[in-house]
Structure formats: structure tokens, C-alpha cells
Write a protein that binds this ligand. Structure first.
Ligand SMILES: Nc1ncnc2c1ncn2[C@@H]1O[C@H](COP(=O)(O)OP(=O)(O)OP(=O)(O)O)[C@@H](O)[C@H]1O
Ligand SMILES: [Mg+2]
Length: 353
């Protein structure tokens, strides 16, 4: 029988939650399908600036798999913060495999045969978020927690016989089929590679490009995309050990979000900032609207706050609505227009909070 799920199905679903990262979504969708049908799937490392959607993408995958009852047998998934993992005293095995184990017990019921439960652990999907926090060195000094964490994960990633404890018992599994997807912002990596790309000897120097934004503003930008210049050595230098890194067959660099994407993130996904805000005002019988100009102004302001990604949207928007949120009128309509947004931005730029 043909497998009922195609990468494109997953792609289309994930795109509803994750904006502007189609390449990454495509790769993840293919890896998912391969993994679910039992083909070897590449472990993935997602690299992307803060607020570009790494955690959102991981959550979207979790949500998607949970929403398909037919897949639950295959879709045993956990998401763990690498930092938290480094604190784990009882060991990584227990933290990761123990959680997959209890997931399986919960999915199949307490009476499920042990073989079935262990098989589900062996085909688990493990998201490791903030993996950049377990660097092997920080500003030239060794970082013992990071080294230990990378080594422990390494042992966990490809091992025919990993023991772990759950429900007071010890079990052993073959972890070589578990799919690992790690993500991190790798903050200084961006600067380091940019430096190499602008003043390095191995590349032609970049020329600034003139960019005109949707709000009509003109500025110069370097056409720098991390993915065009990133090399394995950059990641070693950052503090990911070669052994650890070599376990990730696929390295995906997420896009930096531009105005257009930020505007969509503000209104489109379930739980988008504007949708949530509409719901808040609706509880007072108020219909909240926004003009196209206001939307562009918010996205423009967020886009110029480099390195915050979509997180900047919330900050900008809060300045626009906080007065109205505190004292909402009784019913009626509020339309956020460009002028309101411009005033809120100007107040901040002049240092008036
Ligand atoms: N590509 C995107 N599509 C939809 N929403 C996004 C996207 N990127 C960011 N967001 C929104 O911005 C917020 C922060 O995004 P997210 O947590 O995914 O960032 P991150 O890449 O994990 O950043 P960090 O490295 O700081 O953890 C989320 O609440 C999400 O709603
Ligand atoms: Mg994150």
C-alpha cells in the first residue's frame, strides 16, 4: 500500500504556521516522511537568527503529527531545550529516551506490549532546541557543560545499545533510527561569517545594494545571506565539535524575515498577534481593524530592529495599543491606521517610552 502522506501535504500544513521559511519546511517535510515510513532520514540542524521561526517550526511539526490520529503509532516526539538537558543530573538517556517511553505508554495505554513501546522509542523524533547554548568553548575558554552535553548527545545519537531508566526499570534500545532535529540562533556566528565575507581573502568583497522598502524608505544593505558563506569550519570555531556536527547530515539556514513576511506573520497564522488582539477587543464588543498602511508601518518598524526577527512585532504593536487595551471603549469599531503607528514609533524614537 502506498504511504498515505506526501511531503507536500506536510509542507502545506506547516506553512500555515510558519511564514517565509519554505526551504526549511520542505526539507523537514521530506525528512518526516522518510522517517515515518522507516527510511533513514537525515538528522537536521536548523540555524536561524533569533525570532526567525525555529521554535515555531518545531512546534508546528509537533502539532501536525498530533493532529493525525493515524500517525500516532509512528509519531512519538519530544522537544527539549539543550540548556535544560545540560542540567539533567539523571542523565541524557533518561531525559530523552525516558520521555519518549512515557509518551509511548500514554499513546498506547498501560497494557501495551513492551515490545511495541520500545519500538516506538526507537523510532522517536527528538527536537533539541537552543543547541547553540552547548558550545564547547565560550570566548576562548573551554565550556565544560557544553562539552559534556555534546558528548552525551553524541552517545545518544547513534548507539545500538543505550540503556535508560523509566518507571524504576532499566531498558535498552537501539537509538540509531531516532530522528534528531536541532536548532539554534548561533548569535556570534553571523558576525563571524559576515566578517570573513566582507574582509576575508577567500571571497570577492560585497557591494552594498540599494533597497527600497514597502514604506518607501531607501537604504543600503549588504546582500549577505549566511547560507551562501557558511562553512563547517565556522561552526567548529563557534564551538560545535566536529564529531557532534558530523551527526547532522543536513544543515539548513533559515531566512532572515523581511517586511513582507513580518506583515504576514502579524496577521496570518493561528495565534498571530493581530488575531489575538482582535479577540481581546471582541470580549468588550469592539471590532478591531487595521489599515494596510498601518500594517506596513508596523512591519517596517519591526524589520529595522535587526536581530529580533518577528519578536520585534510584538514590541512595536504594544506601543500602539496599550492605551486602548487598558481602557477599551464599550463596543464600536477601532481602526488602527498608519498615523497611530507612526505616532507610537516616533514617541519611542524620541525616548518617550
Ligand atoms: N517564520 C515565522 N512564521 C511565523 N511566525 C514566526 C516566524 N518567526 C517567528 N515567528 C513568531 O515570532 C515569535 C518568535 O519566534 P520563534 O520562537 O520561532 O523564534 P526562534 O527562531 O526560535 O528564536 P530564538 O533563537 O530566539 O529561540 C513566535 O511567537 C512566532 O509567533
Ligand atoms: Mg527558539
Amino acid at each position: 500500500m502506498a504511504f498515505p502522506l506526501r511531503p507536500r501535504d506536510i509542507f502545506e500544513e506547516l506553512r500555515k504556521d510558519v511564514v517565509g521559511q519554505d526551504d526549511a519546511i520542505r526539507e523537514i517535510a521530506v525528512a518526516m516522511v522518510k522517517h515515518l515510513v522507516g527510511h533513514p532520514a537525515p538528522n537536521m540542524l536548523l540555524i536561524g537568527n533569533s525570532g526567525s521561526g525555529k521554535t515555531t517550526l518545531m512546534r508546528a511539526v509537533e502539532r501536525f503529527l498530533a493532529s493525525r490520529p493515524g500517525l500516532s503509532d509512528y509519531a512519538n516526539i519530544v522537544r527539549i531545550n539543550a540548556n535544560v538537558l545540560a542540567e539533567e543530573r539523571q542523565g541524557y538517556q533518561k531525559a530523552v529516551l525516558g520521555r519518549l517511553f512515557s509518551n509511548a505508554r500514554r499513546m498506547f495505554g498501560a497494557d501495551a506490549p513492551l515490545r511495541r513501546v520500545l519500538r516506538s522509542v526507537e523510532h522517536g523524533i527528538v527536537f533539541i532546541d537552543e543547541v547553540d547554548k552547548i558550545r564547547a568553548h565560550v570566548s576562548n575558554a573551554p565550556n565544560v557543560r557544553g562539552i559534556v552535553a555534546q558528548e552525551a548527545l553524541l552517545t545518544l545519537m547513534e548507539n545500538e545499545n543505550v540503556e535508560f531508566e523509566a518507571d524504576g526499570q532499566t531498558y535498552a534500545v537501539n537509538s540509531s533510527s531516532i530522528l534528531f532535529i536541532a536548532g539554534g540562533a548561533f548569535e556570534e556566528l553571523y558576525e563571524a561569517v559576515l566578517r570573513r565575507a566582507t574582509i576575508g581573502h577567500d571571497v570577492t568583497p560585497m557591494k552594498p545594494m540599494v533597497v527600497v522598502s514597502a514604506s518607501g524608505e531607501v537604504r543600503e544593505e549588504l546582500p549577505f545571506h549566511l547560507r551562501d558563506y557558511l562553512k563547517y569550519e565556522d561552526l567548529f570555531r563557534y564551538g560545535m565539535t566536529p564529531q557532534f556536527l558530523s551527526r547532522f547530515e543536513s544543515i539548513v539556514v533559515l531566512n532572515d524575515l523581511g517586511e513582507e513576511e513580518l506583515a504576514r506573520i502579524f496577521v496570518e497564522p493561528d495565534g498571530a498577534i493581530f488575531r489575538t488582539s482582535r479577540e481581546y477587543f471582541a470580549t468588550y464588543g469592539i471590532e478591531l481593524n487595521i489599515t494596510r498602511g498601518a500594517l506596513i508601518a508596523i512591519a517596517w518598524d519591526a524589520a529595522r530592529q535587526k536581530r529580533l526577527g518577528a519578536r520585534a512585532l510584538r514590541e512595536t504593536y504594544r506601543r500602539v495599543v496599550r492605551g486602548m487595551e487598558f481602557e477599551p471603549a464599550d463596543g464600536g469599531t477601532i481602526t488602527i491606521d498608519e498615523e497611530m503607528v507612526r505616532r507610537a514609533i516616533a514617541r519611542r524614537d524620541q525616548g518617550h517610552g
